[in-house]
Design a protein around this ligand. Structure first.
Ligand code: SAM
Length: 271
């Protein structure tokens, strides 16, 4: 379901992208005559929308941190919470006048975090990892289109040999890994389940901490003293995650705009 302003924005994008009706034409009093071909394209879009396909997959793009990212059914549609994570990481660094040299984004998907971080810290070496080759294809396209040289590598974080592919010293590690249990699926929107990649949503073995434990394991010795590990988390497991990371790091939980414990920041030094 869309609210009124979302629906209006969507209609404007659809008119522009699929029927070639420019923004100024949409605002002017002039009548725009659509061709048969344009009407056919609009009908096609309407059919897909009526079936519940997310408009981002239909348009093939999503705005994230002020930039358009290409998306398709092989990548999760970047969420506003993840944009909040990006902003919080940038603020954290700026507040400390910390210019990271090396940044890793695990489970990069569309590359939205990795590419945005490269834009925010152009001098940093930025890497993005993902198990899905098809997701990495999208991430690479986004990095190229947005002129953000990011190194993308295919790794399965759950396999033992991951560390050898990663730098030995890292300043910032971010991740929005899969964090939903299959048992939570019934509470999810049917269109998310139908159209978004399940590998991006669900944890294997019904283990909600699996990716965090693994990223912690491969990063505990490589994160620099002044560095930051920042995660998007499932608010249902914030206390277990806090306990896990507190064994090695100073931990701060941050809330998202809807007031949920959505982000975990782990550092080696005092705030
Ligand atoms: C929640 S999505 C996040 C995508 C993107 N970072 C974002 O925030 O929009 C999780 C990503 O983890 C990847 N993934 C799933 N299992 C993985 C594994 N075993 N190793 C590495 N990446 C994995 C998925 O392919 C997916 O792109």
């Amino acid at each position: 379901m869309y609210d009124l302003s979302e629906a209006e924005t969507l209609i404007r994008y659809v008119l522009e992208d699929f029927a070639g009706v420019k923004r100024w034409q949409q605002w002017s009093d002039e009548t725009v005559q659509l061709s048969q071909d344009q009407i056919f394209k609009l009908q096609e879009v309407l059919d897909r929308l009526c079936k519940g396909e997310p408009y981002q997959y239909i348009l093939g793009k999503q705005l994230f941190a002020g930039q358009w990212f290409e998306v398709n059914g092989n990548v999760l549609i970047p969420r506003p919470e993840t944009e909040e994570l990006f902003q919080l990481v940038v603020e954290w660094c700026k507040k400390r006048s910390f210019a990271p040299d090396t940044i890793i984004d695990h489970c990069t998907g569309s590359g939205c975090l990795a590419v945005s971080l490269k834009k925010a810290f152009p001098n940093a070496r930025v890497m993005g990892t993902d198990v899905s080759e098809k997701a990495l294809d999208v991430a690479k396209k986004n990095a190229k289109a947005l002129n953000a040289p990011v190194e993308f590598i295919q790794v399965d974080l759950l396999k033992p040999d991951v560390a050898q592919h990663l730098p030995e010293s890292v300043d910032v590690i971010v991740s929005n890994p899969p964090y939903v249990l299959l048992s939570e699926a019934k509470a999810m929107h049917v269109n998310v389940l139908k159209y978004e990649p399940h590998i991006a949503l669900f944890v294997p073995y019904e283990d909600p901490l699996i990716f965090y434990r693994r990223i912690l394991e491969i990063s505990v010795n490589t994160l620099n003293q002044k560095g930051l590990m920042a995660f998007e988390i499932n608010p249902l497991y914030y206390s277990e995650l806090k306990e896990l990371f507190s064994k090695f790091f100073l931990v701060e939980l941050l809330k998202d705009l809807s007031g949920k414990n959505r982000f975990l920041f782990a550092t080696k030094q005092t705030k």
